[in-house]
Design a protein around this ligand. Sequence first.
Ligand SMILES: O=C(O)CCC(=O)C(=O)O
Length: 252
Amino acid sequence: MDAQLLQRGFTPEPLKPALYRELDQNGFAVIENVIGPKWLEQLRQTFEELVEEEGEEAGVEVAQMKGVRRLADLVNKGEAFDAVYVQPALLTAALHIFQRPFKLHSLNGHDPLVNDGLQSLHADGGQPETAEGPFRVVNSMWMLDDFTTENGATRIIPGSHRKLGNINDYIEDRMADHPEQVHLQGSAGSVAVFNGSIWHSSYINHSGRFRRTLHCAFIAREFDQQTNQREYLRPETAERLSPLARYILDVD
Ligand SMILES: O=C(O)CCC(=O)C(=O)O
């Protein structure tokens, strides 16, 4: 446990036992009904407004990708995102994986366009030193639309978070389909949480229907953030932050 989390107002929201097993054995789990209908609508609307407003600059703070509508630094881009990175079930799952203090790594958006979106298999946090960890990154996929095999639901290789060494030692062509890959499917409003050492990637959107997601990633506190929140924090965001949010963002 991280005593600071509790002191800052975090109340753990224990997950169903099966979800802890899935996080440990498979390296990922889908938590359903996290985003209620009104919040979902706000997140979708803010996503679209930002894509429109930012145009060619969208996503530039972290990474742009051909064939994908990307957004970045969402902590500073709307009140609708304030409750994302402090969501209790998500923090509970992250703590279960890290087993030590952690902070936000980045909060970004991702939507693969029709017949596009394929990425090479990768692990956000690299491979662990031992099969039991410690693990460096935990990521989560906030499904703003239904995630299906047709619209490019993320592909993921169950159990690969415990592989040691470099991913290239195991896979010759990381763009190719992997014999063990499954897709992170779920209804809009679900959140998939996964160990950042797991092999995964964005997949081809064959349908052309939206497959909007927020990537809310955390990193163990001893490492640097992907988006340095102290550097990016805007005064209007700072005014809204709870003590817990300040701790998770590491802006004190
Ligand atoms: O949105 C997805 O399906 C996964 C994206 C991803 O893994 C990445 O951008 O690194």
